[in-house]
Unconditional design. Structure first.
Length: 165
């Protein structure tokens, strides 16, 4: 049974990542991204250690967070989730209320996703909702794809920063 479930999980992760990236890019077109600071994973790690009470907010799906890994100590609140009925990623209608229930507007939030698209979208939403310090991890957790299609270029995990499952 486990061998049957694992390929399905991998397929869902791949499809959800593709759809989320496309959705984030569509949502960002025409919006001013300059109000959100984007930094490298190394800079994000340094800021996480320096900013009092900072939180790493991972906005990927729960499956990505659990099975691909995440920055050590990160909190997962998905921006999007996989809708089986629609066969695609859809916005999490509770995203903002979940963040607001957990963090004050003064909490420094370092937002990360797979490769920087969803996290930028989420960071812009958080900034618009009045969060004072919101930082986007531009390369995300996994980074960009190389010529072989593997995510080996940039990213938190490839920078060998602290991460866990």
């Amino acid at each position: 049974m486990r061998l049957t479930i694992r390929p399905i999980i991998v397929l869902v992760l791949v499809v959800s990542g593709i759809m989320a990236g496309l959705g984030a890019q569509q949502a960002l077109s025409g919006q001013d991204q300059s109000e959100v600071k984007s930094v490298s994973p190394q800079e994000a790690w340094q800021l996480y250690q320096e900013l009092d009470g900072a939180v790493i907010l991972d906005v990927r799906t729960r499956a990505e967070f659990v099975f691909v890994g995440h920055p050590k100590g990160a909190v997962n609140i998905p921006l999007l989730y996989w809708d089986e009925m629609k066969g695609q990623m859809v916005p999490n209608p509770d995203f903002m209320s979940m963040v607001e229930a957990r963090f004050s507007k003064d909490t420094p939030l370092i937002v990360i996703c797979r490769s920087g698209g969803r996290s930028l979208r989420a960071a812009m939403m958080l900034k618009g909702a009045g969060y004072k310090t919101v930082i986007n991890v531009a390369e995300g957790f996994e980074g960009k794809k190389d010529k072989q299609g593997k995510r080996t270029i940039g990213g938190w995990k490839n920078a060998d920063l602290p991460w866990e499952y």
